[in-house]
Design a protein around this ligand. Structure first.
Ligand code: NAI
Length: 399
């Protein structure tokens, strides 16, 4: 039976899901581990679950010869050397979708607060002022939400926005199926010019770096507000700072920043600190109890599917094989160097052993090939040895 080690206080939904799937050898440790602590702690482990604080680099992977899979119970996977893991035949899984709803809810809340001018009212009341004026405070009903990046989060924001009576426009570089009554905008500028609330849900990286600059902000209505819960680099912060101070837009809510502190000891530095019409949050768009619970379940499910059936759908570093239950008595999992002739030689070995292949699922990704072979008979140990001895083989096992 596989042993699974879960570090860093992963939500109990993970262990619950693993146990329900029949995995009973689960070791749970509350903290992250240093690289030098990994070999002893993961001795005998078939899979490990980490969050963002445990680094698994090539040197550690070399020492973890039994390890078959890594589950990152978070969104990011930078803490793992993905290439080294793939080269060792170890797929890495994460939870890219588990906090979508949490981000979407925060954005709707921010849209309502900003249009009602609550950040300013809140600050004034804190200072002892009693400003009951309705001037500049609006309902979101019948206002236009402009969504930039209509992916998982953007589309969910659109659905929630319609539920509170907003009109939804979106702009995406790809053609996207509109949900509800959402309408695609002809251009980014058209979207910016028509929206009362602009919200950003694009990926980070060079293609979206400083997407919102001074000329883009100038297209927005002076009464409009900007929300960014995507990536800090997407907005030119100095340009936004100027637009807010000069009242060229009415407010903003930012959850992500070009430079974010690495921990709670470091000070958060930003020109936007102290502005009454700005909501600042410390990159917590996706941080809810529900999201943690969903992450536990989502990654545990991917580990279960891999450990029980060898399937790798949604692996971040590995050829993806869609989930198919074992269709015969034996399933052989084979990770190999992606080069000509490997499958032909492997299948010849099966034939020579008198075994008929019932089903075979093959995928490749870069230098790695991955094939699951279902056979309606037990696999003789000599055949397994032969397959492992093949020069292109990285890992060959029964699941
Ligand atoms: P996704 O990949 O599902 O959607 C991104 C969308 O943006 C895609 O439809 C894509 O075609 C579109 N896009 C890419 N480049 C574009 C461009 N230049 N202009 C317009 N559209 C463009 O991503 P998902 O899951 O919706 O996440 C969106 C963002 O939210 C990401 O940056 C992610 O890192 C961030 N995020 C932030 C969290 C937080 O705590 N604040 C939590 C989770 C995600």
């Amino acid at each position: 039976m596989s042993r699974i080690v879960l570090l860093e206080k992963i939500h109990r939904s993970a262990a619950d899901h693993l146990k329900a799937a029949g995995f009973t050898d689960i070791v749970q440790l509350p903290t992250a581990l240093k690289p030098e602590e990994l070999p002893a702690a993961l001795d005998g482990a078939d899979a490990v679950g980490i969050r963002s604080a445990t680094q698994i680099r090539a040197a550690s992977l070399e020492k973890l010869s039994r390890l078959k899979a890594i589950g990152c119970f978070c969104i990011g996977t930078n803490q793992v050397d993905l290439t080294a893991a793939a080269a060792k035949g170890v797929p890495v899984f994460n939870a890219p979708f588990s906090n979508t709803r949490s981000v979407a809810e925060l954005v709707i809340a921010q849209a309502i607060l900003l249009l009602r001018r609550i950040p300013e009212k809140n600050m004034r009341t804190h200072r002892g002022q009693w400003d009951k004026s309705a001037a500049g405070a609006y309902e979101v009903r019948n206002k236009t939400l402009g969504i930039i990046g209509y992916g998982n989060i953007g589309a969910q924001v659109g659905i929630l926005a319609e539920a509170v009576g907003m009109r939804v426009n979106y702009y995406d570089v790809e053609s996207k199926l509109p949900l509800g009554n959402a309408r695609p905008a002809a251009s980014l500028d058209e979207l910016l010019a028509s929206a009362d609330v602009v919200t950003l849900h694009v990926p980070g990286g060079s293609s979206t770096e400083n997407m919102i600059t001074a000329p883009r902000l100038a297209v927005m209505k002076p009464s409009a507000v900007l929300i960014n819960a995507s990536r800090g680099g997407v907005v030119d912060i100095d340009a936004l700072d100027a637009a807010l101070r000069e009242k060229r837009i009415a407010g903003a809510a930012l959850d992500v920043f070009p430079k974010e502190p690495n921990n709670d000891k470091e000070e958060f530095i930003s020109p936007l600190r102290g502005l009454d019409n700005v909501i600042l949050t410390p990159h917590i768009g996706g941080s809810t109890e529900e999201a943690q619970e969903n992450i536990g379940r989502e990654v545990a499910e991917k580990l279960v599917r891999f450990l029980k059936a060898g399937t790798t759908r949604w692996a971040v570093n590995f050829p993806e094989i869609r989930h198919v239950e074992k269709e015969a008595q034996s399933r052989v999992l084979n990770v190999h160097r992606n080069e000509p002739g490997v499958i032909a030689r492997m299948n010849a070995d099966f034939a020579q052993a008198g075994l008929n292949i019932v089903a075979q699922h093959l995928q490749t990704k870069g230098a790695i090939g991955y094939v699951l072979t279902d056979v309606d008979a037990p696999i003789p140990p000599a055949l397994l040895q032969k397959l492992r001895a093949e020069p292109a083989t990285i890992r060959c096992e029964l699941v």
